[in-house]
Design a protein around this ligand. Structure first.
Ligand code: GRF
Length: 212
């Protein structure tokens, strides 16, 4: 059974979608930088070990990275899933887990990396918005793309309405991408996403990474 470590900072709805997805793997730990993260309670209620590594307790980012890496490493994960984890991970962390760290971002990358993606999408007047699952690299929100889902931006949207529609898609494509990873259908090879076999991409627009 492969081993998943999930990292969160807050609500944890994507984490919850993973718990409910019947993945062919065991969620061995949920780790947060924030002791108040609501998702920690959910994990405890489901008998999954939780840990807090509080970034505020470290003088330097690299020390936090190292402590976090040690904690994650202690669970011997096959995959590390960032699910609303709101700290930037540096080389000290990523070099230990290359090709095994996935993230979901609430925009169609490379558009709107960073924060406030839904309001920025509205301000720019884009007609399509969405979410992206990608491998994590040292460049924030710019790792190789695994899968995306797009939603239309509607005339009466505000950031909250748009975010809710995007979040529905997040809950759909993140478990899907993680399943592909667990089944060895995707790998990060030479900085690119390699896909094995034919995937079925349901509506709305969901596109594969390169090399299908
Ligand atoms: C999601 O929109 C995710 O894309 C972003 O942070 C949010 C986390 O939400 N990285 P949740 O904690 O999974 O509910």
């Amino acid at each position: 059974m492969k081993r998943i470590v999930i990292m969160i900072s807050g609500r944890g709805s994507n984490m919850r979608a993973l718990f409910e997805a019947n993945l062919p793997a065991r969620i061995v730990a949920v780790i947060s930088n924030n002791a108040q993260a609501a998702g920690l309670d959910y994990a405890r209620q489901h008998a999954v070990e939780t840990h807090v590594v509080n970034h505020r307790e470290f003088a330097h980012r690299t020390e936090f990275d190292q402590a976090l890496a040690e904690r994650v490493h202690s669970f011997a994960p096959d995959i590390i899933v960032l699910a609303g984890f709101m700290r930037i991970l540096g080389e000290a962390f990523l070099s230990r887990f290359s090709g095994r760290v996935l993230n979901i971002h609430p925009s169609l990358l490379p558009a709107f990396a960073g924060l406030d993606t839904h309001q920025r999408a509205l301000d720019e007047g884009v007609r399509l918005h969405g979410c992206t699952v990608h491998f994590v690299t040292a460049t924030l929100d710019h790792g190789p793309i695994i899968v995306q889902a797009a939603v239309p931006v509607l005339p009466d949207d505000d950031a909250a309405r748009l975010a809710a529609r995007v979040l529905d898609q997040e809950h759909r494509i993140y478990p899907m991408a993680i399943r592909w990873f667990l089944e060895d259908k995707i790998t990060l090879t030479d900085g690119h996403v390699k896909m094995r076999g034919t995937q079925c991409f349901p509506d709305p627009i969901i596109s594969p990474g390169e090399g299908a």
